[in-house]
Ligand binder design. Structure first.
Ligand SMILES: [Zn+2]
Length: 196
């Protein structure tokens, strides 16, 4: 598992293009009422990773709003850059938590410095991946596609390794993983499923 990819600005530009494609598709579809969509992006202040070198588009979560008076419905496409409402970049939330796990976990202070993340935040991410994420309706459905079964205690590392193992190169592996996770970037996407 190599962290250098996530410190390269080219990787983030690559993810930006994917988000722009997702947004373009959403815009083309228009509002459910049949009207056109206007740009209504949310401001973001992304943290973690090479934030100084990020394209200025990273200050925005792409989103739209219906152009019709009386509707004005909000349409926010999925994102491979931002994970739900977390202020940190999605890939960083996955990678840093994954690097803390496994046979030779990286020390917290090394990761904190490398990705400019508070050690307490890293601890919260680990709780998120092990305790909250496994209970989401999303994971309860999607975990069935992985064999051997991915245990909650192995998240997110086992998930990341799975995607990297089956991809021709790390860029592609990350793209597929972040696209896979993108439904949880939508409102309600992290809803906990309390059914047994
Ligand atoms: Zn509308």
């Amino acid at each position: 598992m190599d962290h250098r990819l996530l410190l390269a600005s080219g990787f983030w530009l690559f993810l930006l293009r994917i988000d722009e494609d997702l947004a373009g598709t959403a815009r083309q579809k228009g509002c459910s009422c049949g009207s056109r969509l206007h740009c209504a992006n949310y401001p973001r202040k992304p943290r973690g990773g090479p934030t100084k070198d990020l394209a200025e588009e990273y200050a925005w979560r792409l989103s739209f709003c219906c152009a019709r008076e009386g509707c004005r419905k909000r349409v926010t496409p999925a994102s491979v850059r931002f994970l739900g409402r977390k202020v940190y970049l999605g890939a960083v939330v996955v990678l840093v938590a994954a690097m803390r796990q496994g046979a030779s976990p990286r020390r917290v202070h090394v990761l904190a410095e490398l990705f400019d993340v508070d050690p307490r935040t890293i601890a919260r991410w680990q709780v998120f991946w092990r305790e909250q994420f496994p209970q989401t309706a999303f994971w309860r459905v999607e975990r069935g596609r992985f064999l051997p079964v991915i245990q909650a205690a192995a998240l997110p590392r086992a998930l990341l390794e799975e995607f990297l193992r089956h991809a021709p190169d790390p860029d592609k592996g990350w793209q597929r993983l972040l696209e896979f996770l993108s439904p949880i970037t939508l409102t309600g996407g992290l809803k906990i499923d309390i059914s047994p």
